[in-house]
Write a protein that binds this ligand. Structure first.
Ligand SMILES: NC(=O)c1ccc[n+]([C@@H]2O[C@H](COP(=O)([O-])OP(=O)(O)OC[C@H]3O[C@@H](n4cnc5c(N)ncnc54)[C@H](OP(=O)(O)O)[C@@H]3O)[C@@H](O)[C@H]2O)c1
Length: 198
């Protein structure tokens, strides 16, 4: 399975750091092009490869780590999704108020899913502050928890397995209109830095 991260800011680089730590190959792309990623990939090592957005969009699993409002721009021109997996790490936030966007009660990831027709969309990597997400997932004899939601159980299971390989403890919550709503910005599971033992 091939992996790519779109976005190399706080969350994109935190996720890339975990891929590097686990020796799993991943492409990373941003809006400024692969040259702008030279410093980051030099720091993270050979498992993290800079790419253009169109090349990164061809991966089996594409992790979106861009601002919610730029998802549409980021994914425009992507190849047919054909059941490939998109992981939505975005949070729908109104700035500068830093309040949840009013989405009329819809899961933010359902809105992202409309922008990637044909993809199987999973929400993950959005609940922890970037500095916590970037840090060692093994904690006090346990593993830091990451939540997973999605309407395709098989895709959610694939991302839960990836999260295990990255050293975290996945907790799968169910579909977007249940678990997705619980783990999106403004909901109870955001910023819950939990550790699972056993
Ligand atoms: N920061 C946190 O603690 C945190 C926690 C949980 C969830 N989140 C969510 O994660 C997402 C990313 O947040 P962040 O803090 O990492 O933001 P950030 O530091 O501002 O980074 C955003 C990244 O998105 C890239 N980008 C923007 N538009 C793009 C486009 N059209 N095509 C390709 N790349 C594009 C930017 O590219 P350039 O580098 O070229 O500008 C940048 O690398 C947001 O939805 C945020 O709500 C953030």
């Amino acid at each position: 399975m091939t992996y790519a991260i779109i976005g190399s800011g706080a969350i994109g680089s935190a996720v890339a750091r975990q891929f590097a730590r686990s020796n799993i190959d991943v492409l990373i792309a941003n809006s400024r092009g692969p040259e702008s990623l030279a410093g980051l990939v030099a720091e993270l090592g050979p498992h993290v490869t800079p790419a253009t957005v169109p090349d990164a969009m061809k991966a089996d699993v594409v992790i979106l780590a861009v601002p919610f409002t730029t998802v549409g721009d980021a994914v425009q021109g992507s190849a047919q999704w054909n059941g490939r997996i998109v992981v939505d790490a975005t949070n729908a936030i109104d700035f500068p108020a830093f309040t949840p966007k009013d989405l009329g009660g819809r899961p933010s990831t359902a809105i992202v899913a409309e922008m990637v027709p044909g993809a199987r969309v999973v929400k993950a990597f959005n609940t922890l502050p970037a500095a916590v997400l970037a840090s060692e997932p093994a904690q006090d004899g346990g593993r830091r928890v990451l939540f997973v939601s999605g309407n395709d159980a098989s895709a959610s299971a694939d991302i839960a397995r990836l999260i295990e390989r990255l050293g975290f403890a996945p907790i799968t919550l169910g579909e977007l209109n249940q678990g997705g709503l619980l783990q999106q910005f403004g909901a109870p599971l955001v910023a819950q830095n939990m550790t699972k033992h056993g």
